[in-house]
Every structure is written in structure tokens, then in C-alpha cells.
Design a binder for this molecule. Structure first.
Ligand code: AMP
Length: 214
């Protein structure tokens, strides 16, 4: 099974992906996490990606396609995957389709977490991310048990540079301009499953499981 989670920044893709990957035994592939790791390691990809990420712009298709292809290749093409934050452009979607086809594989479902701008702004503005394991919390909606500390691994929680107000607005613009076309792309291919994204995480998750028949 190969599933894509689609939706604007702040739709809760990461939160849903962690739960779904665990319950449905899917390998969770987040290009955002991979890129943040590369930035932390100061690898050539990380050095190239950092300024784009901080401002909320997209990293080039070429770079992102390469890292995802390497990751899938190293895990095994036949495995079950959950894509989170990839693809983000039609060019990436076409590349993914072609690379999977080349290995006799395909995308089974695309879950679009349909979230309003009001909710997205509220979620991103209060988001706290663990420096160590990447888990997400929210100052108000999902507060950590101990302020500033990750419940899962004890790592330090911080506000991502791209969760600051100027970058948030830019990310939403970028989403509209470059990513929202994917809704039609996958609807045309009869792969799109829409779930309402403004609810609490538990309700969104119940809807996700329902559309997948889990
Ligand atoms: P995310 O954690 O998915 O919100 O991604 C954080 C940032 O990483 C994005 O704002 C982009 O700068 C970059 N990024 C993540 N995934 C992609 C992608 N598929 N294509 C281009 N840039 C990406």
C-alpha cells in the first residue's frame, strides 16, 4: 500500500502520518523531516536547502526527488509507504509516478486533509517541534506534559523558523501557487479521498481510517 497525505501546511499531515504509519505499518516518509535532518547535519543538500526552508519557499524539485528516490530505494520499492509533504508540485507527482511505475508499483490512495486558512494559521502559530525526534506539539491544543520538553524523547521543543508569522504567510502562498494543483491532479486519477481537517486530531484520524477502510 502506498498512500500520500496532501493538504496545506498546518493541516496536521505530520500528526496524522505518525499515527497512521504505526497503525497501518507503513514506512513514514516526510521530506520535511529528511531536509531538516540534512540541515542539522550540514550536508551539501542541507546547506543548499536551508534558506529556502527558512523563508517558506520550496526546495528544488530536483533535490527533493533525488532524496526521496534514494530513501525509497534503500528501504525497498515493494514496501508500504506513507508520503507526508511529498509530492508538493505536479513535477514531483509525475516523477513519483514514473519512478514507482519503473519498479512495478503505484500510489493507492491520496488523502486530502481539507483545512481552512483560519485553522491553519492557528495551528502553525502555536506549533512546537522537538529538536531531537521531530514530534509536533501545540502550545494550546496539544501541550507537552512538561513545558518545553518532548513527551516522547525528552528533547527540547522549539518554534521552527518557518513557523514564524512572515514565513507562514509565504508557505500558504506557495501552497496555493504550487501545491494545490495536486488536488485536481489526483482527483483526475480517481485517487483523491477528501477528509475534513478543521476538527480535532482524533476526529480527523477517525475520518482518515474510515476512507481507507481501516
Ligand atoms: P514540511 O515539514 O513538510 O512543512 O516542510 C518544511 C519545508 O521543507 C518546506 O516549507 C519546504 O521548504 C521544504 N520541503 C519539504 N518537502 C518538500 C517538497 N516535497 N518539495 C519542496 N520542498 C519541500
Amino acid at each position: 500500500m502506498k498512500i500520500i497525505l496532501l493538504g496545506p501546511p498546518g493541516a496536521g499531515k505530520g500528526t496524522q502520518a505518525v499515527r497512521l504509519a504505526k497503525d497501518a505499518k507503513l514506512a513514514h516518509l516526510s521530506t520535511g523531516d529528511m531536509l531538516r535532518e540534512a540541515v542539522k547535519a550540514q550536508s551539501p543538500v542541507g546547506l543548499k536547502a536551508k534558506s529556502f526552508m527558512d523563508s517558506g519557499a520550496l526546495v528544488s524539485d530536483e533535490v527533493v526527488i533525488k532524496i526521496i528516490e534514494e530513501e525509497i530505494g534503500s528501504l525497498g520499492w515493494g514496501k508500504s509507504f506513507l508520503f507526508d509533504g511529498f509530492p508538493r508540485t505536479v513535477a514531483q507527482a509525475v516523477a513519483l509516478e514514473n519512478m514507482l511505475k519503473g519498479h512495478g508499483e503505484k500510489i493507492d490512495h491520496v488523502i486530502y486533509i481539507d483545512t481552512s486558512e483560519k485553522v491553519v494559521l492557528e495551528r502553525l502559530g502555536g506549533r512546537l517541534t522537538c529538536r531531537k525526534c521531530g514530534a509536533n506539539f501545540h502550545a494550546k491544543n496539544i501541550p507537552p506534559k512538561k513545558a518545553g520538553v518532548c513527551d516522547n524523547c525528552g528533547g527540547e521543543l522549539y518554534q521552527r523558523d518557518d513557523d514564524k508569522p512572515a514565513s507562514i504567510m509565504n508557505r500558504l502562498k506557495v501552497y496555493e501557487a504550487q501545491t494545490s494543483d495536486l488536488i485536481k491532479y489526483y482527483a483526475d486519477r480517481k485517487l483523491l479521498r477528501r477528509v475534513p481537517g478543521d476538527e480535532e486530531a482524533d476526529q480527523v484520524y477517525a475520518a482518515v481510517k474510515k476512507v481507507l477502510g481501516l
